[in-house]
Ligand binder design. Structure first.
Ligand code: AMP
Length: 432
């Protein structure tokens, strides 16, 4: 990312301050939890450790700290420590970070703290959104909404998710009955509701664009542009844009949409996680299935994701695994959204052991404890390799990835090695 030549200065909060209260009027100790016990910051003891930033050190509202303690977070992740001091002051942000870094909590904590510190006192149209988060896939949007609900649990901030593939009617009803404070949305569905004025974006104070590179590759940029035009001018909103990669197009859009942004990057040098043991199995195409079957059976009870390149390949694998008695499910574009949400929940709670997924469906799966990622076919885009294997080795745990390379896709290996910045160990699977 190039540095913006203009001087860095905070975006003034003046234009929207007139109706706001001064900072820190609230106190979570007034919030009596169900048990009747009163919560205080003393209940959230975290030792000071050199080199680590505690959430206590950031002057966050107690209500946010309480939610953070309920989520069992203690210290800021790198992206949180690098961005929160800036975003909490109202700076715009261009952040380079992948999933697994804690970027979701990074932007949510900034947004929610601001809304708690500056509550809106006046009567206002319940359709007016204060915060808007746009994500490219339903899975990602729903996971962000999940975290947003947890982080707002001790406040009266309401979170609404507007995502494609789930019931339009239900979401419409929610908009008609609930106050919209924070909207988490995918672009298409949001466009529908915004055009019909079921949700109003002209008073948005904070805008988050998550996985901007994916939005670009999935063709969402025209929709996103229209949506952004419905929000206040960039000087009058806080914009936080995240992307794992910054090709020229994304750099240009990021610059267009933000106002004197701070730029933060937490991509590790080697791009992929050190905790992931990567291996390539060099196989003949007709060996892939028997090798996979024995691998899965050998790794009995390990939480595993298998990636395939196409829907039909995904279905075929899923059926073969099921026939082989493996406890598995499929996540691809042909699976209804309801089913996908249930499948993910069952994968998270351990009822399903193996998930067969395409890149789009598998993207943004934030499930901890995935022990093995299998690339049944190598992805066409080497960046997808990084995203795929990044499903494992999260949160400091160790993980393993096994990639099959046959005569059809072995030519991809050097490209992939370039992106991951290292040579990947290769094992030859013999034919007998
Ligand atoms: P994300 O990169 O937003 O997908 O977050 C990855 C995972 O890290 C999620 O399971 C979060 O709940 C978790 N997480 C985020 N921030 C923290 C933190 N400060 N401490 C511990 N876990 C965290």
């Amino acid at each position: 990312m190039d540095n913006q030549s203009a001087p860095q200065k905070p975006r003034s909060k003046k234009p929207r301050k007139s109706y706001r209260k001064p900072k820190r009027q609230e106190d979570a100790s007034q919030n009596k939890p169900e048990s009747g016990a009163v919560w205080s910051i003393d209940d959230f003891q975290v030792a000071e450790v050199e080199g680590k930033v505690r959430f206590h050190d950031l002057n966050l509202p107690d209500r946010v700290l309480k939610s953070i303690s309920e989520m069992s977070f203690e210290y800021c992740s790198e992206i949180q420590a690098a961005t929160l001091p800036e975003t909490l002051q109202g700076y715009d942000l261009i952040g380079q970070a992948q999933t697994g870094t804690g970027k979701t909590a990074a932007f949510l904590i900034a947004m929610i703290s601001d809304f708690i510190d500056y509550p809106i006192e006046e009567e206002r149209d319940s359709r007016l959104a204060r915060g808007l988060i746009i994500a490219p896939t339903r899975e990602l949007a729903l996971q962000i909404a999940d975290d947003a609900v947890k982080l707002t649990a001790n406040s009266d901030i309401n979170v609404v998710s507007l995502v494609g593939g789930l019931s339009y009617e239900k979401q419409k009803q929610t908009l008609e009955t609930e106050r919209v404070d924070i909207v988490v949305a995918t672009p298409g569905r949001l466009m529908d509701f915004a055009r019909n004025k079921k949700v109003l974006l002209n008073k948005v104070e904070a805008l988050v664009l998550d996985e901007a590179d994916r939005m670009l590759s999935m063709g969402f940029i025209p929709d996103v542009k229209s949506i952004i035009r419905m929000t206040p001018h960039k000087e009058k909103r806080q914009t936080m844009l995240f992307s794992a990669t910054f090709p020229k197009d994304i750099q240009n859009l990021a610059r267009q949409w933000t106002y004197f942004p701070k730029e933060v990057s937490v991509v590790p040098e080697e791009t992929t996680n050190k905790n992931i043991e990567q291996v390539i199995y060099s196989v003949e195409a007709d060996q892939k299935w028997p090798v996979l079957e024995s691998l899965i059976k050998e790794k009995d009870n390990q939480r595993t994701i298998i990636f395939a390149n196409r829907r039909d390949e995904t279905r075929d694998l899923y059926e073969r695994l099921k026939d082989a008695g493996v406890n598995c499910a499929m996540l691809s574009g042909e699976v209804s959204q309801d089913k996908r949400v249930k499948t993910l929940a069952n994968f998270k709670n351990g009822r399903i052991q193996v998930l067969v997924a395409t890149d789009v469906a598998g993207r943004g799966i934030h499930v901890d404890g995935i022990e093995l990622v299998v690339n049944y076919s190598l992805p066409e885009d080497p960046e997808d390799y990084v995203h795929r294997i990044g499903r494992t080795g999260r949160g400091g745990e160790s993980g393993k990835s096994v990639s099959f390379a046959s005569e059809d896709d072995a030519f991809m290996v050097p490209e992939i090695e370039k992106v991951v910045g290292e040579k990947i160990r290769c094992e030859y699977v013999s034919n007998n």
